[in-house]
Write a protein that binds this ligand. Structure first.
Ligand SMILES: [Zn+2]
Ligand SMILES: [Zn+2]
Length: 149
């Protein structure tokens, strides 16, 4: 699925951001990335497709795309971040393997209910949340790289 370009342009306008050709190119490439990718992977994909946008522009535009709600940013334990397309997708949580870096997605209705309940209890209006469980995946444990479990 492509990111809805018109929605993106509209939101950009609302924030006073110009829809420059570089930003449009980066948006298009970001929407074609699969899974959870880092900024360098996006830079490589742009280079591979013949684009010469600067690394700095890519990083700045990524943060715009996050604030516009089209991508989501995940902070990594070792620093840095990974991104994924978020607009138009089912909200989900993540299990992050600290050994191999795999990010597994899960949807858990009871978690959403619990979150609603907590917000009610504290009279809090939620805007967004993220849950990232860090640990060692089955594959890594099987190969003896992780903590025993
Ligand atoms: Zn793993
Ligand atoms: Zn995800």
């Amino acid at each position: 699925m492509q990111l809805p370009r018109t929605l993106f342009l509209e939101r950009m306008r609302e924030r006073g951001l110009r829809a420059t050709p570089e930003r449009i190119t980066i948006l298009g490439q970001a929407s074609r990335m699969r899974g959870h990718f880092d900024a360098e992977a996006l830079v490589s994909a742009l280079r591979a497709s013949g684009s010469r946008v600067s690394r700095a522009t890519v990083y700045r535009t990524l943060s715009h795309l996050v604030s516009l709600g089209l991508l989501r940013r995940h902070a990594m334990p070792e620093g840095g971040a990974r991104y994924e397309r978020w607009a138009g997708r089912t909200p989900h949580e993540h299990l992050l393997c600290v050994q191999c870096g795999a990010m597994l997605e899960f949807v858990e209705d009871s978690l959403a209910r619990l979150q609603d309940e907590v917000c009610r209890r504290y009279d809090f209006r939620p805007l967004t949340h993220s849950l990232q469980i860090r640990g060692v995946c089955r594959n890594c444990r099987r190969h003896g790289m992780g903590a025993s479990a």
